[in-house]
Design a protein around this ligand. Sequence first.
Ligand SMILES: Nc1ncnc2c1ncn2[C@@H]1O[C@H](COP(=O)(O)OP(=O)(O)OP(=O)(O)O)[C@@H](O)[C@H]1O
Length: 236
Amino acid sequence: MSAVLSLRAVRAQVPDGSSVRVLLDDVDLDLDAGQITVVTGRSGSGKSTLLSISGLLRRPMSGEVELAGEATASASERRRTRLRGNMIGIVYQNANLIPNLTAIEQLELVDHVLGRRRGGTRERARELLAELGVAGQASSLPGQLSGGERQRVGIARALMASPSVLLADEPTAALDPDLAEQVSDLLATLTRERDLATMIVTHDSAPLTHADRHLQLSDGHLIPRDVAAVEVADQA
Ligand SMILES: Nc1ncnc2c1ncn2[C@@H]1O[C@H](COP(=O)(O)OP(=O)(O)OP(=O)(O)O)[C@@H](O)[C@H]1O
């Protein structure tokens, strides 16, 4: 089975005084359908950078990012935006909802932005909100939702385009432990049911409960860890 998303010798660095700091040192990574990869690492180790490059939000300095076999590193911005919109769902720490749109409008906007005019948008949005357990909040603005509800709406929005890849940046960090567990359970269920290639980058131990693979980003390298080895990740 070929990976849905592959990074090949991906390099990223940032300025550091008069020198540079390498965040990703020729990193290779394959994300497979139906599998959850959890990446931990110290603050500043480059986890968000890894996620941004995987989500085609940033280009690597060198190396390649293949999405369903298509090379993207040198693709036009237009093509990358299209691929991202159709194939990748992204979940953020604080959901990143638009303040003046209701929950259902957040989801409807996805179809609008992608230029999907095939109808059924409202129904699909309703179904997704129901699947995520927030059907009753469809008409609420983000400011009227709890942190857990906001995150559920954010996940529903990420699924609106029926992506193959789900990328989550600290999805449970802003939640208390019980809610963090619930959101982790939800991401795992969605990954299995929808056969998503899921990557979660996190400080938090909750997402590791369901990880198929745990990698630790350290000094630019992804080091395989035991899925139960959160203490190791935290201390390293
Ligand atoms: N455009 C940029 N210019 C300069 N430095 C940057 C830039 N983007 C990121 N950095 C630095 O690169 C490092 C890695 O950032 P990144 O956000 O990827 O780390 P992280 O592991 O996700 O951190 P955290 O867990 O704190 O969110 C940080 O030290 C950050 O300050």
